[in-house]
Design a protein around this ligand. Sequence first.
Ligand SMILES: NC(=O)c1ccc[n+]([C@@H]2O[C@H](COP(=O)([O-])OP(=O)(O)OC[C@H]3O[C@@H](n4cnc5c(N)ncnc54)[C@H](O)[C@@H]3O)[C@@H](O)[C@H]2O)c1
Length: 321
Amino acid sequence: MIKNKNVMITGAAGFIGSHLTEKLLKHANFLILIDNFNDYYAGKEKQLNDILSNYKQNSDYLLIKGNLVDESTLKQVEHEPDYIFHLAAQAGVRYSIDHASEVTYNNLVSTVNVFEYALKGSSIKRVINASSSSVYGNPLYTPVDENHPKNPISPYAVSKLCGEIYANLYFKENDLPITSLRFYTVYGPRGRPDMAIKKFFNLMFQNKEILIYGDGTQKRDFTYISDIVNGLILASEKINAIGEIFNLGGSNPVTVNELIDKMYNIVKAEKKIRNIEKQKGDVNITHSDISKAKKILDFTPEVNIDTGLRNQYEWQKNYYK
Ligand SMILES: NC(=O)c1ccc[n+]([C@@H]2O[C@H](COP(=O)([O-])OP(=O)(O)OC[C@H]3O[C@@H](n4cnc5c(N)ncnc54)[C@H](O)[C@@H]3O)[C@@H](O)[C@H]2O)c1
């Protein structure tokens, strides 16, 4: 476990970044938190400030509100980080289809700026680069291992694949100790409002109809947030993870129809669903082969979908009120 270190987290106010921030603060690390609090969804600034309210600016953390596409943002950092977790990105597969150039510019330029910054550091032990299972596109076989061909079908997925290629370039040409992680649909408390589980619970609370893209037989490998945070930390600690790419997934996919049944069982609301046309950019199945992460990182997902959904429900019903 990373303790008493200087740790930079980009995208710290986001869903995954805020959980990593919470965990690393508890282990007496000094955190350099960077986020531009983009307006993709509301509430992230308050959410981060709630976590930080138990800690002190300048002695426990430094919060920089800035855009990583702007090189001057990283110039404001006075402490040399030992670890960098690069999570900042314009997320959202569907959003990227209508905002291709914005997503491409944001995700590529911010990633290159972070890697360039890391090159200048003298004490960098690891840079963790957040990638995505979307780089694979529609799988040719399942479960999908890291060597599966990459056929991204959205600008977001292409931007994540480019991020990995840059990571490889900086590792090979500059010896920067980078590890990339391909996350599979992450959910849990503070989950993003554009993601299915959060949207569906909110609609169930309001007794509103749920629109399902396609016939609901598409499968998703849902991964609980605490498992992702554990994976991030494990990946930063293992020496033989340097220069490597890992899938981080729950590895136990369920169909959207099964997911919705489980959610209705928890909420106990009247079932109201309607199937509509499949969305561009959506893949039919995501299913991670996590044997590499198990072997090299000791990564084992611990929270199954039933427990994870129950946890998200407990958090979201209070948040919703
Ligand atoms: N949540 C998932 O299921 C999932 C799956 C695969 C990959 N990922 C990746 O994990 C990372 C975190 O995702 P998340 O779900 O927490 O998303 P999020 O949108 O909740 O968090 C991203 C954060 O990055 C910030 N940000 C974006 N561009 C920035 C910039 N140019 N400068 C500074 N800050 C910027 C945003 O304000 C936001 O707070 C992203 O890189 C995403 O691509 C997430």
